[in-house]
Design a protein around this ligand. Structure first.
Ligand code: GLN
Length: 316
């Protein structure tokens, strides 16, 4: 019997503006204020996009509104670190969930490695493992890699990068702790600088959905056709998104949405439904775990209406 179709008419004609209208009344949560640029975000912003396996991108109103990617960059930094180290990055960072906040000052017991690549310690480390001899070269490599995932040339918001670098005291603390444990091989300040620039890359829902789709579709960007990372790298990254992507809310997310995802303090959420699609929702007000409130509700509805739950899907 032929394999069931991975996209279908229901997905192709999904009405994201209707979904957006349904989630807009959810006005809970608070906008992050860790850097002034994020504190100024419009709490009413809500943009959504889906990127399908055939390269079609569906978008709602406000799907082109830019925000800094923040922690939604972490799966992609992990992917680039795996690619650039030929997989050796897996020896340098754990892959177990922490049950703690994203910026917890905590390393893996016994090894001194960061617990996983989806929390700040891990992303500081993976950003230090991408190819490049200094901050500039690694930052350029990160931007080039993220652009390949997005199928579009991305840019850094320099103001956000400066604020993240200056105000990221917990990130500096984590970098120094990892140096002390022998886990981080580059200078602590250099590690924070590259990570801060990575968090400050501007995305919108449309581009972020394509990035999520590239991971969901075995590392191949469905819009450009580029094989951005090998299939095994995409598989490893999505596996860790599934268990650690929503920090200490990952278990509840997996039950209620069932699609590997990564949240961030700018309110961006990226989802990778393996073999089917990538999605993004961007809406700044956050719940206590630092996940977009509308992003979570929209993801639940999307998962239910498009039958995306990894463990409850009726797809073949
Ligand atoms: N810029 C933030 C930080 O490192 C990103 C955190 C996030 O989005 N959860 O602290």
């Amino acid at each position: 019997m032929a394999a069931p179709p991975r996209t279908d008419a229901r997905t192709d004609s999904y009405d994201l503006d209707d979904l957006r209208r349904r989630v807009l009344p959810q006005d809970g949560g608070t906008v992050d204020d860790t850097v002034p640029q994020l504190a100024r975000a419009d709490p009413g912003l809500c943009g959504m996009a889906l990127a399908l396996a055939d390269g079609t991108v569906l978008a709602s109103e406000q799907a082109d509104a830019p925000v800094s990617v923040q922690s939604a960059v972490k799966p992609f930094l992990f992917a680039l670190a795996l690619l650039d180290t030929g997989g050796a990055a897996l020896d340098r960072v754990g892959i177990e969930p922490t049950g703690e906040a994203y910026d917890a000052i905590k390393l893996e017991g016994g090894t001194g490695r960061p617990p996983n690549p989806m929390v700040n310690a891990g992303a500081l480390l993976t950003a230090s493992l991408v190819r490049g001899d200094d901050v500039e070269a690694r930052s350029a490599r990160v931007l080039e890699g993220l652009s390949a995932f997005a199928g579009s040339e991305l840019a850094v918001d320099d103001d956000v990068a400066r604020s993240e670098h200056l105000l990221g005291d917990r990130n500096h603390a984590l970098a120094h702790l990892m140096r002390a444990e022998g886990a981080l091989e580059v200078g602590a300040d250099d590690a924070v600088a590259v990570y801060a620039r990575a968090c400050a890359v501007l995305v919108d829902a449309r581009r972020l959905a394509v990035m999520g789709a590239t991971l969901a579709l075995g590392g191949r960007n469905p819009v450009t056709g580029d094989q951005v990372v090998p299939r095994e790298v995409a598989r490893d990254v999505v596996s860790v998104m599934a268990t650690c992507g929503v920090y200490d809310g990952s278990g509840r997310w997996m039950r209620s949405v069932g699609v590997p995802a990564k949240s961030s303090v700018s309110g961006a959420v990226v989802l990778s439904a393996t073999g089917v699609l990538g999605a993004a929702v961007i809406s700044p007000p956050l719940d206590e775990q630092g996940t977009s409130v509308r992003g979570h509700v929209a993801s639940e509805l999307l998962s239910r209406e498009l039958d995306l739950h990894a463990f409850g899907s009726r797809r073949g």
